[in-house]
Write a protein that binds this ligand. Structure first.
Ligand code: NDP
Ligand code: OXD
Length: 317
């Protein structure tokens, strides 16, 4: 028997193990819930795939060699303070990247094309047109120019937007004006639409707050700045977003992630007209692609090749 893989099936989409059996023939695939039957013996588990493992669980697996994250973000995994000092591989895949870019482009177009206004007019059976700027009149600023941010930047360019990007270290991307960590204020001053695609780390926790929104342009071709976030909810201060929408500092928002998920029923965000909300679905990991990715990395590891998409536990992403 080849070495085994433990799969977290807390999510329904991963309830079917056939894809893992197919991608990793001859391996024992262990369901997270099977562990209950063997609470004191977690030996023989060599690889583990999870999203938010129970605190200390991975530390009790004596034979564990590599940990895999179900998602691109690993903040949930790193919350476990006793996570063993082993390689942690995050999920990177073309389907995940494309889905995110679709969501980001969609949200930029929704605000560019005043979709909330026309939706309200349709409800009121109102036939009225409004001045319409071009995509090229708007500057989209992306915070986080990693795998997802750089793909979104390229696709927004194809739609005609002017695109700027900000990241910890300076990037060079065709047609994108790139800023580094020290140039945040300059970057914000030219972001008519601000897009958050940052991982959650101590440095990015609460970064989208009133003082940051105050640095966005006062006027934009669509009547005020827009904030879009699909990174992590704990990077945003929702009370500040709500105030900024109410006092007009922000013209609109699109949020896929929230400080608390699911978004509590009592959140005022639900009822704000120019707030577009989606339930953390901007880019859901595709289960088949995930199985292929995990299998590919296990093969590399066992062939003595370097693992890809390794998380740097010091930076937290
Ligand atoms: P990457 O690790 O590839 O990119 C992260 C980017 O953020 C890098 O450009 C990095 O800078 C930048 N960054 C990190 N910390 C800072 C900082 N303190 N200041 C400035 N820039 C910083 O991640 P991905 O693009 O793959 O994913 C980004 C995030 O998107 C994930 O961590 C996850 O939280 C979220 N996500 C959300 C999904 C959803 O459905 N809503 C789905 C998938 C992911 P540098 O390049 O210099 O290192
Ligand atoms: C991820 C996510 O990090 O789905 O992949 O949020």
């Amino acid at each position: 028997m080849k070495s085994s893989l433990l799969v977290d099936v807390k999510f329904d989409i991963f309830g079917n193990f056939d894809r893992f059996r197919k991608a990793l023939p001859g391996r024992q695939i262990i369901n997270w819930s099977d562990l209950e039957a063997r609470p004191n013996d977690l030996s023989g588990i060599h690889y583990a795939l999870g999203w938010k493992p129970d605190e200390g669980l991975f530390a009790t697996m004596p034979d564990l060699k590599v940990m895999f994250s179900v998602g691109a973000g690993v903040d949930h995994m790193l919350e476990d303070k006793s996570l063993p000092d082993l390689p942690l591989v995050r999920f990177v895949d073309q389907s995940l990247t494309s889905r995110m870019s679709e969501w980001i482009c969609l949200q930029c177009l929704i605000h560019l094309r005043q979709h909330s206004l026309y939706t309200r007019q349709q409800k009121d059976k109102l036939w009225r047109d409004h001045p319409q700027p071009d995509a090229g009149d708007l500057r989209v600023g992306i915070m986080g120019l990693g795998i997802l941010g750089s793909d979104a930047a390229a696709k927004l360019k194809m739609l005609g937007f002017q695109v700027n990007g900000w990241s910890r270290t300076r990037k060079t991307l065709p047609g994108v004006n790139c800023f580094d960590e020290s140039e945040l204020d300059e970057f914000l001053a030219c972001s008519d639409i601000l897009v958050g695609l940052l991982p959650l780390t101590p440095q990015t926790t609460g970064i989208f707050n009133a003082s940051l929104f105050a640095k966005l342009p006062d006027t934009t071709p669509i009547g005020g700045p827009i904030f879009i976030n699909a990174g992590r909810g704990k990077s945003q201060v929702e009370a500040d977003i709500i105030s900024a929408l109410q006092d007009g500092r922000l013209k609109g928002v699109s949020l896929d992630v929230f400080e608390d998920e699911p978004l509590p029923q009592e959140s005022p965000l639900w009822l704000i007209e120019n707030a577009v909300l989606t339930p953390h679905v901007a880019s859901v990991s595709d289960a088949d692609a995930l199985a292929t990715h995990v299998a590919g990395q296990i093969e590399r590891f066992e062939a003595g090749l370097a693992l890809e998409y390794l998380v740097d536990k010091k930076t937290g992403y």
